[in-house]
Design a protein around this ligand. Structure first.
Ligand code: NDP
Ligand code: 8X3
Length: 252
């Protein structure tokens, strides 16, 4: 029987690339996100290869997540790998200049959403046991500060510590947990962050070579397919053209 992937945020970027990669590898895929048209289009595309279950789901809604997991069709119930990918950044300006509601949306999606989905799927993953995976998409922003990252970066720091702490709780169950932390990657991420301003979004990637969604999907597939006795705690992957800047000095 084929293994089952549950990926959140499959309507775009890393999530869509991950669904495609796992489907090509013969996994059954549960694809979720809020935009139903995109989910259905992806389901049609991948349905030619493998069993696909599209789930219209807002990860912020704990009850909807619980119900969606509880009502998975029998052939999709035994999830092997959960990829907590749905997430977003908003308000790329100093914290003192941004709307509180944008900060709450990031917390509710990047933190509460990940907790909601993980909590709902933990019993299943523990039942799957040896070799099961929870792969949480963190970010370099969870480790390294930069102006305008405020709550976004902090939400990704949560992903790192949450992943490590989960490992402690899951010790002995065979379930593996990874914080996969990419650097700059070209997806719709910057379009969302800049509220649909395509010029501002494109400027993020101008003149450089960012990671691609497939680069990240390949890394997810690598981690998910490692022998059962190996746990990758954290991976930070960046394009070769990305490195750290120095401390900023404020001068009069
Ligand atoms: P995209 O904007 O291309 O994709 C984000 C996905 O998240 C979409 O499928 C979107 O689907 C989904 N999503 C957003 N909010 C919700 C919600 N409330 N409920 C369910 N799904 C939601 O960006 P990326 O692919 O780049 O982002 C994927 C993850 O990678 C995020 O967690 C992001 O923080 C992280 N990341 C991105 C990096 C980058 O440079 N691109 C680098 C490091 C990490 P829909 O709108 O249909 O719900
Ligand atoms: C997304 C990468 O550098 O925009 O997590 O924070 S960055």
């Amino acid at each position: 029987m084929s293994k089952i992937l549950f990926v959140t945020g499959a309507t775009s970027g890393f999530g869509a690339a991950t669904a495609r990669r796992f489907a090509r590898d013969g996994w059954s895929v549960i694809i979720s996100g809020r935009r139903l048209e995109r989910l259905n289009a992806l389901a049609d595309e991948l349905g030619a290869l493998v069993p696909v279950h599209p789930l219209k789901l807002d990860v912020q809604d704990a009850e909807a997540v619980r119900q969606a997991v509880q009502s998975l069709p029998a052939e999709f119930r035994r999830v092997h790998t959960l990829v907590n990918n749905a997430g977003l950044a908003l308000a790329p300006a100093a914290m003192q200049q941004v709307a509180l509601s944008d900060l709450h949306t990031m917390i509710n999606t990047n933190i509460t959403g990940v907790v909601n989905v993980t909590h709902a799927l933990l019993p299943t993953l523990i039942e799957t046991g040896a070799g099961a995976n929870i792969i949480n998409i963190g970010s370099t922003a969870g480790q390294w500060p930069y102006p305008g990252s405020h709550v976004y970066g902090a939400s990704k720091a949560f992903i790192k510590q949450f992943s490590y702490n989960l490992r402690c709780d899951l010790l002995g169950t065979g379930v593996r947990v990874t914080d996969l932390a990419p650097g700059i990657a070209e997806t719709e991420f910057s379009l969302v962050r800049n509220r649909g301003d395509r010029t501002a979004a494109n400027a993020v990637y101008d003149g450089t070579v960012p990671l691609s969604p497939d680069d990240v999907a390949d890394q997810i597939a690598h981690i998910a397919n490692l022998p059962d006795h190996i746990n990758i705690n954290r991976v930070e992957m960046v394009p070769v053209r990305q490195a750290w800047g120095p401390y900023e000095i404020y001068r009069e």
